[in-house]
Design a protein. Sequence first.
Length: 319
Amino acid sequence: MKFVFIVNPIAGNEDKARIFKNIKSAFRHNDHEMIIEETRAQGDAQKISKRYADEFGDECVIVACGGDGTVHEVANGLAGTKTPMLLLPMGTGNDFAKKVYATKDINAEEIISKFGFFTGDITYTVKPIDLIDYNGEKCINVMSFGLDTIVETIGRKMVAKAPFLGAKAYSVAIIPVLAKPLHYLISYDITAVDNDGNEYKMQENNKDYALFAICNASYYGGGFCPAPNSVLDDGLLDFALVNGLPLHKALPMIPKYSAGNANEETCPGLITTGRLKSGKIWMEDGSPLLGNCDGENFNYTELNFRVDEKAINLCFLKD
């Protein structure tokens, strides 16, 4: 088996040189092939993933070594192929990894060890999971609009200037955002699903909202949790829609939203949660949507999305 390690040289972990030295040593004692591909520009991880998938299919594994940006690109490169992705979280936020490995306390070396990369006895289980298709692109973690897009943008700039902040940058980034009114506008026509599996329509024009998260997984923004009960392969997306609100109501809600406890019972009149399948989101005035997918901002004025069922194969730790 070929293991293609796609490495973002500027992402997160300062111990990467030592980690990869140990992994290389282990590969000398097995029959697998280790290939290291470093990214140098945005989009490289997607191109590299697709190239190997086209040539080797399920005879190779793409190992995403970085943060959520790297994972996003690899997912776009592998969607619809037989080639599985294996996630080694070495980035700043590692939010998708929190769902995959069922912990907010991500330890990259521990995960690498459990896969057997330090011993050469590599074991894993491959399972297909869903993606979000949005205007033909793919999102593996969370698509969001409003306040959280602004926080994501500020947080990334802070990390670039002060890498030592890590995931804490996103919590700090909330402060300047809260200094302004939390009222944005968005229009949507969405096919949602109730607890009995019945479809219903959610429609509104120029909705006054603070944030809108549509989730394949659970965490984003350095650990905020809008969808604690999300399932990666259920053919549904979870959502959290927060109404426009004043600062005095936003402040007590933030810790609940971070912990995954923000819902209709804990925040009455402020938030709507549920599940959905597809929809359209747009700006009535034709301006760009204030949105992002997997932390990557986009400039669409209209966005059509749907759950793309079992669109990518993902490597999980064996039980």
